[in-house]
Design a protein around this ligand. Structure first.
Ligand SMILES: Cc1cc2nc3c(=O)[nH]c(=O)nc-3n(C[C@H](O)[C@H](O)[C@H](O)COP(=O)(O)OP(=O)(O)OC[C@H]3O[C@@H](n4cnc5c(N)ncnc54)[C@H](O)[C@@H]3O)c2cc1C
Length: 400
């Protein structure tokens, strides 16, 4: 142990990293004063914004600039924040290298990897060259909204490039919100909305029943759903080709990009052969390396042959809680006792449908009878809970 005590290093100040940093600080500071520790969190971005805010910028209730929260606020909470890019993780020497003036090496006693995903929209041939919008890039959403508002007639195509992708209901929410924008703009009758996905049903991760409920929502709003459509390339002249050979015309193209594990993870030998994400124990979130945990979107936690825990903030948060408690228990008990803090596979999300309403999806992925999910019909109440959800998390992590 170093003179500053146990060094806890958290990579990534997103949903998972911010939860872990705050909980660790809260719980370790309440232990005896003889327990010395230092919590550091590293992120290449200097702000936090929830992914779900993309949809609020799209629907016009938020601006991008009003939604970014400065990560320097972490310093007020006794958490050391480094605005830097992680360039190397070495689990043998227990060091992390950050790109700074001098390639600084940081030693850790505990490491939490919460680096999320990277997007690879450039892998969709012709997408960028032909003016496609990446729905998941917050910088592109304000312009996308302008384009939707200026479109007078034609076809809006929403294309899910591949799975897995973050927040599986989000593309369907986007289609419903776009429907809402067009209705309010008086252009809906002259504009078609089409969703294309490589999957056979809307939400494979949520199962057949919830997928059917989503189809019903789409049908009710005259949104066309096209399963088994994996995009192959975008041609000029507003046309795209799918791997099944279909050619489709569009006037405005919106993509959900392919997702990849961040480059630093790929280069650090943390991915097992034949896998694309970090594998962890499904309950403890431990990797194969001593005191190294991985949480959130950077992981793949298989529930059965076909289903993995979805890439969603609520799961990153739940896993961060488990890992923080394990580290606190470990420090407090000095490894004499196994921590009983385990991830239970439970989560939820609010699925916006426009007009100030949202459905509520509850999920229990570790249910004894197999993954269990449920979609509650849209209501004003769930929409309000979604707005409150963001507010309460920001208060917990950065604001209050
Ligand atoms: C449109 C949309 C809607 C969504 N809606 C919901 C929703 O309603 N509910 C829900 O639960 N989830 C939702 N999500 C998903 C949610 O945002 C993610 O699942 C969640 O952010 C994952 O948390 P994480 O901690 O794993 O990663 P992230 O929150 O992505 O954090 C990762 C952090 O690591 C940093 N990073 C990456 N590489 C490096 C590096 N080399 N060096 C330094 N820093 C690095 C990144 O800058 C980032 O800040 C939505 C996402 C989108 C895009």
């Amino acid at each position: 142990m170093s003179s500053e005590g146990k060094r806890i290093l958290i990579l990534g100040a997103g949903f998972g990293g911010l939860t872990a940093a705050n909980l660790l600080q809260k719980n370790l500071s309440s232990l005896s004063s003889s327990v010395k520790y230092q919590i550091s969190i590293i992120d290449q971005k200097d702000y936090f914004m929830m992914g779900l805010v993309n949809l609020w910028i799209l629907s016009g209730i938020r601006t991008l600039e009003d939604s970014k929260i400065d990560l320097n606020r972490l310093e007020n909470r006794g958490i050391r924040y480094l605005n830097d890019k992680v360039t190397k993780i070495d689990v043998t020497s227990k060091t992390v290298t950050i790109r700074g003036s001098s390639q600084l090496k940081l030693k850790y006693d505990y490491l939490i990897i919460a680096l999320g995903t990277e997007y690879a929209i450039e892998e969709v041939n012709g997408f960028l060259e032909n003016g496609g919008f990446n729905l998941y890039d917050p910088d592109q959403v304000p312009k996308l909204r302008e384009r939707i508002l200026s479109l007078k007639k034609g076809r809006i195509a929403i294309c899910i490039a591949s799975i897995p992708y973050k927040c599986p209901p989000a593309p369907y929410e986007a289609s419903l919100l776009i429907n809402d924008i067009l209705v309010k703009n008086g252009t809906r009758d002259l504009i078609d909305i089409d969703i294309y996905t490589p999957t056979p049903i809307t939400l494979p991760v949520a199962g057949a029943k919830v997928s059917k409920d989503v189809i019903k929502l789409l049908n009710d709003h005259h949104i066309n759903f096209h399963p088994f459509h994996k995009i192959k390339r975008v041609l000029d002249m507003g046309e795209m080709e799918f791997e099944n050979g279909n050619l489709v015309k569009y006037d405005l193209l919106i993509g959900i990009p392919p997702h990849k594990v961040p480059e630093v993870i790929r280069n650090s030998g943390l991915i097992k052969q034949g896998h694309n994400w970090i594998n962890v124990d499904k309950f403890s979130l431990k990797t194969d390396y001593e005191n190294v945990f991985a949480i959130g979107d950077v992981t793949e936690i298989k529930v059965n042959e076909n289903v993995a825990i979805p890439k969603a903030g609520v799961f990153a948060e739940a896993q961060a809680k488990v890992v923080s408690q394990q580290i606190v228990d470990d420090i407090e008990n000095d490894k004499n006792k196994q921590s009983s803090s385990l991830f239970d596979g439970k989560g939820f999300c609010f699925m916006e449908v426009g007009n100030g309403k949202a459905g509520y999806v509850a999920a229990d992925f570790y249910h004894v009878d197999g993954p269990a999910t449920l979609l509650e019909p849209p209501s004003d109440e769930s929409y309000k809970k979604k707005l409150d959800f963001e507010k309460s998390k920001l208060n917990e992590w950065l604001l209050l």
